[in-house]
Each structure stands twice: as structure tokens, then as C-alpha cells.
Design a protein around this ligand. Structure first.
Ligand SMILES: [Zn+2]
Length: 115
């Protein structure tokens, strides 16, 4: 028996049951905590407070980079990690070059134009 057959055999809740479950979940949410998390109901996006002692994320150390380090084992944000991996520049040197400046190797580009 395949996974698809197993999934098809499971009854799916009707719209009323799904809306009831959704209402239960909404009722269980701690709105004060959602405020701390920066939850945006319209966009359905969390914006973690960078300065929060537990939830916050460290700033990327690359000058002029406004992003945070989201992977604790990495020395900088993912975007800077990607640029560094393509640059051929030593990490210590890369961390001194402001974001937006070419780091050797391939030129930085915006919308397909060389910067
Ligand atoms: Zn960065």
C-alpha cells in the first residue's frame, strides 16, 4: 500500500469542523505573547524582536548588513554567507568590507546590472 492510498483513506474534516478547530486554536493563543513575537495578523508573519534576550537574533557582523544571524552555527546571515562563499576572500577580510561593495571574485549585481 502506498502513502497516497493511506492519505486518501483518512477522512478529511468538513469545513465546519475545520473552522471550529481553527477557532479553538485562535482561542488558545496568547495574544500578549504574539505581540512580543511581532505577529502581524494581516501578513501572517512573525517579526522576532531582535533585541529580545531570549527570542532575539544576533546582528550580522558585516558592515551595512541589516539582517540577523538565523543559524547559530554560522558567523553571519545567510545572504552574507552566500556572498562570502562565492567571493574567495578570507572570512576575516570579508567581515571588514561593507555590504554592497564588491568582494572580489564575481562583482555584486542588482537587478542583473554590475555594481
Ligand atoms: Zn549579513
Amino acid at each position: 500500500m502506498t502513502a497516497a492510498r493511506n492519505t486518501a483513506a483518512v477522512p478529511r474534516p468538513g469545513r465546519a469542523a475545520a473552522e471550529e478547530r481553527f477557532a479553538e486554536i485562535l482561542g488558545a493563543l496568547d495574544t500578549d505573547f504574539l505581540d512580543v513575537l511581532g505577529w502581524d495578523w494581516e501578513r501572517r508573519v512573525l517579526t522576532y524582536p531582535r533585541e529580545h534576550p531570549v527570542l532575539g537574533l544576533p546582528d550580522c557582523p558585516v558592515p551595512n548588513c541589516t539582517l540577523a544571524i538565523t543559524v547559530a552555527t554560522l558567523p553571519m546571515c545567510r545572504g552574507c554567507m552566500e556572498r562570502w562563499s562565492k567571493s574567495g576572500v578570507a572570512l576575516e577580510e570579508f567581515l571588514l568590507i561593507p555590504k554592497g561593495v564588491s568582494r572580489g571574485g564575481r562583482a555584486a549585481s542588482v537587478c542583473g546590472r554590475a555594481v
